[in-house]
Design a protein around this ligand. Structure first.
Ligand code: SAM
Length: 275
């Protein structure tokens, strides 16, 4: 869709973009096509989060075997039904993605791709939900504010390094796909955006305790690992044993530790809980 397509559709439907829902519609057809093609949607059924007026959806429908889209805004859902409701390879859910039961999305359960121009106000929880879900996600193309994208690539000891960086790079190969300026949207956001690609590592160890390990380790960024892990409900002795097992100094801070240290700690935590 071009800027004039978007303006015309909004006018025809009597709508104005809802700022609170992060509605900056993609007005760059070249970018939409590249995202659709790079997301993995050609090979797998795709999940789109926040389809809006359908700028990316129409490209996904043109390349993918099936598109499942989740949109919170009733006005957008009405437009999407009009535009794509007849398609036999389109399923639309009117709900908050953060409340969506991903195990109920039947088209996606034997391997899927994810494509989204994410609403900025809820980018982190959506990404954390995707990264911790049990959906068999093979690849994702995510469009986010540049600052949010930087967190996927952040190295230890940088301000942006945190649970998102660790989870994403433990389970996926992460690479930049493209950068977009505000001119690629209507209405224009105030910041630059990036599209990143995540491709699942087939050999990534499944670590059910990694999310809670990261929650605990990064709970208070200025506190030591000893204090943060202890606060998750272990005694001092148990915490010291866990950290020794994972090769982590009790005085270390989470933000300085490499991904591998959290992997070791999540394994040790799982063994300790199951013992
Ligand atoms: N995909 C469209 C595009 O590229 O033009 C719209 C992208 S716009 C940045 C974000 C979309 O996400 C909006 O349509 C908004 O209504 C929707 N949205 C916001 N919060 C949501 C949530 N919690 N769950 C599902 N959709 C949401």
């Amino acid at each position: 869709m071009t800027v004039s397509d978007i303006k015309a559709l909004l006018q025809q439907e009597g709508l104005t973009p809802n700022k609170a829902l992060g509605q900056n519609f993609l007005a760059d057809e070249g970018a939409a096509r590249r995202i659709a093609e790079a997301s993995g949607a050609v090979e797998y059924p795709v999940l789109e989060i926040g389809p809006g007026l359908g700028a990316l959806t129409e490209m996904l429908l043109s390349v993918s075997p099936f598109v499942t889209a989740v949109e919170i805004d009733a006005a957008m859902v009405r437009v999407l039904q009009k535009r794509f409701g007849e398609s036999s390879k389109f399923s639309l859910l009117h709900e908050d993605f953060l409340k969506t039961d991903l195990s109920s999305l039947s088209a996606l359960q034997s391997g899927c791709a994810v494509a989204a121009n994410l609403p900025y106000y809820v980018t982190t929880p959506i990404c954390m939900k995707l990264l911790t879900s049990s959906l068999p996600i093979k690849s994702m193309a995510l469009m986010l504010q540049k600052e949010a994208a930087d967190r996927f690539f952040a190295q230890p000891s940088s301000r942006q390094y945190g649970p998102l960086s660790v989870l994403a790079r433990h389970y996926y190969d992460v690479s930049p796909l493209m950068s977009l300026s505000p001119q690629s949207y209507y209405p224009q956001p105030e910041v630059d955006s990036s599209v990143i690609l995540l491709t699942r590592k087939e050999d990534a160890e499944e670590l059910p305790f990694l999310p809670r390990t990261l929650d605990a380790a990064f709970a208070m960024r200025r506190k030591t690992m000893l204090n943060n892990i202890k606060a998750a409900g272990f005694s001092k002795e148990e915490t010291e044993a866990l950290l020794t097992e994972a090769g982590i100094a009790p005085s270390a801070r989470a933000e300085a530790l490499p991904i591998e240290a959290f992997v070791q700690l999540a394994s040790a935590w799982e063994i300790a809980i199951e013992a």
